[in-house]
Design a protein around this ligand. Structure first.
Ligand code: KIV
Length: 285
């Protein structure tokens, strides 16, 4: 299939926002899915550390390493050469120090040709964002439900519900914007809080994951939107097609057909002319 898609630059992403066109963003972790997402015209791809759960089967994102992230980001880049790809900084790749953060962010750029990085956390992570941006790397903040802190947050639940908690997220968004983040993802915060932060953003694009329609764009987890994650389906995720069911039916069909000697058929194998076969038999005498 030909592909004349042009990768959006950061100024072009801001232009979309100015023109009132929502930005489309999906997670992706592998080459064939990246290829399909690019064909579909997705604006941005997040190689999320959610791959720890969706691909590697861990209970949380915490065991994911930088090497895991680099390997998957490289595969995504190969599948989507003309899409804005964001590498997600895994647990402990930026928390220890500003220097650790810059070095990890640099690996995404140098080894996987990413266009930007994303990291989780509020005011306390503003200096990491600032350091990364000063190193010439575009940075995205992530507020609200931040899965790397799931234990401290008390589970996968809506954040910023009361006025005090909401104000903390408003302040954190401003701090990250002032630190140089060109984009902030709000995950699972109330729609009105997301709307308020979006209105107050001056030079920062605000994205929503389960935070309502008022942001500048939307992110979904690919595995949730296609019924591919067996453990749970978050309320915020719309299933756009049940690929999990299609694949399961296909797998059952394969088991059945092999068991029934219905697969393979001649079109699924390669024959040998009589002459060659007889020659082979003779050579074995
Ligand atoms: O890892 C990821 O996919 C993410 C999303 C949950 C936003 O960070």
């Amino acid at each position: 299939m030909t592909n004349d898609k042009k990768k959006l630059s950061i100024p072009q992403l801001f232009r979309k926002v100015e023109q009132g066109q929502p930005i489309t963003w999906l997670t992706c972790y592998d080459y064939p899915t990246a290829y399909l997402q690019e064909q579909a015209g997705i604006d941005m791809i997040l190689v999320g550390d959610s791959l720890g759960m969706t691909i590697l089967g861990y209970e949380s994102t915490l065991p994911v390493t930088m090497d895991d992230m680099i390997r998957h980001s490289q595969a995504v880049r190969r599948g989507a050469p003309n899409t804005f790809v964001i590498g997600d900084m895994p647990y402990m790749s930026y928390q220890p120090s500003i220097e650790t953060a810059i070095r990890s962010a640099g690996r995404f750029m140098a080894e996987a040709a990413c266009d930007a990085i994303k990291l989780e956390g509020g005011v306390e992570m503003a200096d990491r964002i600032e350091g990364i941006v000063h190193a010439g790397i575009p940075a995205i903040g992530h507020l609200g439900l931040t899965p790397q802190s799931v234990s401290a947050l008390g589970g996968y639940k809506v954040q910023g519900k009361g006025a005090i908690q909401a104000k903390k997220i408003v302040d954190a968004a401003k701090a990250l914007e002032q630190a140089g983040a060109f984009m902030i993802l709000l995950e699972m915060v109330p729609d009105r809080l997301c709307e308020l932060i979006t209105k107050r953003a001056e030079h920062c694009i605000i994205m929503s994951l389960g935070s309502g329609p008022h942001a500048h764009g939307q992110l979904l987890i690919y595995h949730d939107m296609f019924g591919l994650y067996p453990r749970f389906k978050p309320r915020m995720a719309k299933v756009f097609g049940n690929a999990g069911e299609v694949i399961l039916n296909g797998l059952k069909g394969y088991v059945q057909e092999v068991s029934d000697h219905a697969f393979p058929q001649p079109e699924n194998w390669f024959g040998m002319p009589d002459e060659d076969y007889e020659g082979l038999l003779k050579s074995l005498d």
